[in-house]
Design a protein around this ligand. Sequence first.
Ligand code: C5P
Length: 314
Amino acid sequence: MILFVMSGLTIKAPAKINLHLRVKGLRPDGYHELESIFLALDYGDILTFSIAGEDGDLDILTGWKTGRAQENLPQEKNLIYRAVSLFRARTGFKKGLRVAVEKHIPLGGGLGGGSSDAASALLAMNAVSGANLSHSALTEMALKLGSDVPFFLSGGAAWVSGRGEKITPLTVSGLLHDTSSGGLAVVLVNSGTPSGTAEAFALLDRRRAHIVPAAESPSMEKVTGALGGDPRNWPFTNDFLPVFLEDEGVNGTYSRILSQLRETGADFSGLSGAGSTCFGIFADRELAKEAILCLSKQWSFAQLTFPLARESKQ
Ligand code: C5P
């Protein structure tokens, strides 16, 4: 949602989880073919853009709201900086900008924080500049910034394939929280240790080369068809999980978090992206609240949230 306020333009950058993530073959460009169900969450960062300073200036001020404060990334690695630069190169928009970032999504958590910030920066720049670029022009820029960025231009629930750019929106009203249907609650848990995406893909490739053959993937129809049903029967998997579980050995962090999520009443539990955040899906919101009380005592990040509907931002 984009809001124009006195101090500038404020936009939310939601987190996501991958309810399902199959990593298929390695492509000639070095990326992997993916098949995934992405789900945007009602939890995320908040970005405020204001016009400030001389032409070409870009100040990004980051306030960390969860976990310990992280050092600010160097500009060339900061996806907001790269999104603004790309947008400027494409449109010729030069005015100086100040971006205040309220950072809630943990780094290296598989929740898409950097990617969502980048997508929101593109949407905010499109509004603030008045350039009014089309969705496909924004998608083209988004993919240059990262494989997960195109999804965040619209959010909601989606079947995502290719490198991350082929997006089929899924309308699953039962997922969404509203008083008539109940909806689902999502509990996020992170031990505080970040996971590097490139390293995780490389580890998966090494394991597959020597030990685990890539399994067959069920079709999009089969996987997404299950989404409207009882989460206890979801056939979803994440290809990184068996590799991480094997790597950490018996009673490791992932295995403990996932069993605690199940013990506290999750109807489904899984790993998001290439780690490091695990999630539990709860049909019972009260049970989810109790789970948070218990899990937040033990883990550095435990957050209750809900699926977020797709937004029409164009
Ligand atoms: O696209 P992004 O910059 O987020 O990707 C980070 C790294 O994750 C890539 O350099 C690549 O090693 C790996 N990756 C992949 N296949 C994808 C997405 C990411 O191998 N579809």
